[in-house]
Design a protein around this ligand. Sequence first.
Ligand code: COA
Length: 185
Amino acid sequence: MSAPLRLVPLREDHLERVRVWRTSEEVTRFMYTDPVLTPEGQAAWYRARVLGEPTSRWWIVEAEGRPVGLANLVDVDAVHRRCHWGLYLGEPSARGQGWGAQVLRALFAYGFGTLGLERMVGEAFAWNEAAVELYVKEGGRVEGRLRHHVYKRGAWHDVVVVGILREEWEARRGARGAEAVVEER
Ligand SMILES: CC(C)(COP(=O)(O)OP(=O)(O)OC[C@H]1O[C@@H](n2cnc3c(N)ncnc32)[C@H](O)[C@@H]1OP(=O)(O)O)[C@@H](O)C(=O)NCCC(=O)NCCS
């Protein structure tokens, strides 16, 4: 069996790679914005958002020690016990071999198991079939379609909201496949 995927806490030495991924066409086309990122801006973002915000967790996805993507939980709300998840595989060659599913299962395990959340939410452009199908395949339910939620590249885009409840995640306990190992900071 191949070595497991790992979610490694995002470090300062990962930032340049993240900057290159996030601004590459193969990632940014699936995101709501097309930011211009500088190394200085990345460092400031890291200090403010990654290290400075207890309401978010950021990881690099590593396959056999090689960084292949980014995963996060943001807006972790201790009162309502919910958060949003996000992930991308920065290298298109890393896609389509089950790694996204392993990462999402690990995010669910961390959110429900470690953080004790009640609900987790993901979003994707309605046309992003890979993401929406992944979310649903791993137990999420389509909860709504936010029409014209994002204005990007001269057009309006609908966004699909997918949610999963703790009880739905627990009910899949026996059916879940391998999941990435999550490392703590
Ligand atoms: C979305 C993404 C994370 C999926 O990761 P992945 O490793 O390619 O997906 P997996 O190989 O784990 O596939 C798991 C399931 O997702 C769905 N899926 C994956 N790629 C798909 C595609 N091209 N078309 C339709 N469904 C797809 C399928 O249901 C698949 O299950 P199956 O293989 O049994 O059919 C990855 O494609 C990616 O990084 N995309 C760009 C960024 C992005 O869209 N991020 C999420 C939204 S912001």
